[in-house]
Design a protein around this ligand. Structure first.
Ligand code: PLP
Length: 387
């Protein structure tokens, strides 16, 4: 390009469908745009913000850690990483005591797939229709929706999908060539569908019968979101692999693949992440876990979520097919496309998310002030009622 021609403004590689709104500051569940207008974030930045934006305990931990030891090769140890691993595993069933740290949800799923293949010597992965597990090639192969997969095929071979909550289909699909069954306890992106107790129980039983491993993807449901610290606690099903990310470090990029000593002992392969488990992420993670436990955010999510769903169940049935979810992961399935409703909510100062074309998804910060949540529900009633 000639030096005297003006350069076009830089743009994100994958542009959103409309010009995005710009925000300059955030606190708790509030975001402010450049004009000073406040918005309430009912989507917690796709579930990252369980603790809200810039939680003071996380900010303080990051500041302290950055000044002390910002990064360190994963080949060395540092007290803050040990502290984080101890804190995380102390909240999990005793069998889940081996942790691989990375930087995102998709990486945590990639690691689960690799660990399962290498530990079992098998290739087949059974996932669910409507499931979402990320967008890198392995996790994308487990992700169901055509829009996410289109243009990238061939994906990784060996993946099959069964209808979610179909016990017989799951039973038939899992056999002695299966390395891994990979499921979300509540499908988030796929429309907010909780698993039935029978489905997860069968996933556990059938994987044990066939020598396959069971991974639960709690990237979206973990850390209090569904009214339990980990959603699987509701079903009493303990997986062999658990994937976590999003809110685990209070907004600092992190991914964790938690597994058992037995899986680790059978894993003869190589896997690594340069930035995984950085001191900065671990310090933020310790602070985030402390706040989550100390402030009983899972119980709060349960209480607020139950009340919100009861209220939303009174939305007009000619507009709304079903309201479902657990804790503060709520899906409002509409009888029409949800995009115009989301736009009208945004005009009123409330940011919510879709989960597919007809589901309005609410995943607010677990610390959202009750007044803000109430105002958000009122706005939804107006928008859906009058839309
Ligand atoms: C259940 C689940 N797994 C994996 C991912 C991928 O996480 P990331 O976007 O951090 O790669 C997501 C993201 O929404 C998710 O909801």
């Amino acid at each position: 390009m000639s030096p005297d021609l003006p350069r076009p403004a830089p743009a994100a590689f994958v542009a959103p469908s409309r010009p995005p709104r710009t925000f300059v500051r955030g606190e708790g569940a509030s975001l402010w745009d450049a004009s000073g207008r406040r918005f309430v974030d009912l989507g917690a930045s796709h579930g990252v913000g369980n603790l809200g934006i810039s939680h003071p305990a996380v900010v303080q931990a990051i500041q302290r850690q950055a000044a002390e030891l910002l990064y360190l090769s994963t080949g060395y140890d540092t007290p803050v990483r040990t502290e984080f691993l101890e804190r995380l595993t102390s909240l999990l069933p005793p069998s889940l005591d081996r942790v691989f740290l990375s930087n995102s949800g998709t990486e945590s799923v990639e690691a689960a797939i690799k660990f399962a293949r290498a530990a079992t010597g098998r290739a087949k992965v059974v996932a669910a229709m409507r499931g979402f597990h990320g967008r890198t090639m392995g996790s994308l192969s487990a992700t169901w929706r055509k829009e996410f997969r289109e243009g990238f095929e061939p994906l990784v071979p060996g993946f099959v999908h069964v209808p979610y909550n179909d016990v017989d289909a799951l039973r038939a699909a899992v056999d002695d060539t299966t390395a891994l069954v990979l499921l979300e306890p509540v499908q988030g992106e796929g429309g907010v569908h909780p698993a039935t107790p029978e489905f997860l129980a069968e996933a556990r039983r059938r994987t044990e019968e066939t020598g396959a491993l069971l991974a639960l993807d709690e990237v979206q449901t973990g850390l209090g979101r569904t009214g339990r610290l980990f959603a699987f606690e509701r079903w009493g099903v303990v997986p062999d692999l658990l994937t976590l990310a999003k809110s685990l470090a209070g907004g600092v990029p992190i991914g964790a693949t938690v597994t058992t000593e037995a899986v680790q002992a059978r894993f003869h392969g190589s896997h690594h992440s340069t930035f995984g488990g950085s001191p900065l992420a671990c310090a933020a993670g310790v602070a985030a876990l402390d706040v989550t436990v100390r402030e009983r955010l899972a119980e709060r999510a349960d209480r607020l979520g139950t009340a919100a769903r009861e209220r939303l169940a009174r939305l007009p049935p000619e507009k709304v097919r079903e309201v479902r979810g657990l804790g503060l992961l709520i899906g409002i399935e509409m009888r029409e496309r949800v995009a115009p409703h989301l736009l009208r909510l945004e005009e009123k100062g409330f940011l919510a998310l879709p989960a597919g074309p007809t589901v309005l998804r609410l995943i607010p910060p677990l610390v959202i002030p009750e007044d803000d949540l109430r105002a958000g529900l009122e706005a939804i009633e107006e928008v859906v009622g009058n839309g």
